[in-house]
Design a protein around this ligand. Sequence first.
Ligand SMILES: [Fe+2]
Ligand SMILES: [Fe+2]
Length: 317
Amino acid sequence: MRRLRNRRGVNVDQTALLIELEPVVAANLDRHLSLAKEWFPHEYVPWSEGRTYDGLLNGEPWKPTDSPLPDVARTALIVNLLTEDNLPSYHHEIATLFGRDGAWGTWVHRWTAEEGRHGIALRDYLTVTRAVDPIALERARMVHMQAGYNNDHPEEMMHSIAYVAFQELATRISHRNTGKATGDPIAEQLLARVAADENLHMVFYRNLLAAAFDLDPDHAMQAVTDVVAGFQMPGANIEGFQRKALSIALAGIYDLRQHRDEVLQPVLRQWNIFGRTDLGAEGEKAREELAAHMDELETQAARFEEKREARRLRQNR
Ligand SMILES: [Fe+2]
Ligand SMILES: [Fe+2]
């Protein structure tokens, strides 16, 4: 197999990589389709709890007391839904990078259709149960989608694949823990269903990058290091994200510990990052940088946990 150029800063031939990975995409697409379960958003929504809203149909305006959901669960649901809502931007990014032909194109469209279901289901649930202010939610959607989403590595396949592998797992964890935080078995069931989809998406991309590692270990290693070091959640440009992310972290729905130990580590382990013997000098250098970054994340995660515990004790006094 033809080797791809692999020095950092030198462009790897993206078209060659697309072609070389095509059979892997085809095999993993088949695997995905054999494992993905059909499901219906309408079955997850308690429609009979719904009431007409004010405005055109003269129903009842939304009030915060309409729903018993904890504030942080509402915040997390809003962040998760807005993140799902930006699907047209994500589709644009991956369709541009992967193309719309062959197995790549089939995957791009299938993935987009599955992701579309997530936003539909979450919005129906929130609207029917009156869990969040529907006007604020709609305005936030408009702002967020108009800002769009940009791939941090638009020219680089390996970076993009590494990013989505981590990001799919991050959304899985975030959806699942958001479900638990609602205290509502219906929301929990819905979010567990969505999380199961995200997990299959993660496996697809994780397998793809595993194959890329075999083609060009040094460049794949560099891509992983760059992506881990610069990782941001896909919804990071939501208005007020920092404040929302902090309350989500304080509630243990998604924090640095989970990011490091439940998102980054398991994927790095699957790629056998720290056991590989096929790296050249550039790959070794990138691996050392990654190890240092993971240590730094450990320190930061521990510090956050200490602060959170101190805060909890203060509040319980
Ligand atoms: Fe999703
Ligand atoms: Fe996904």
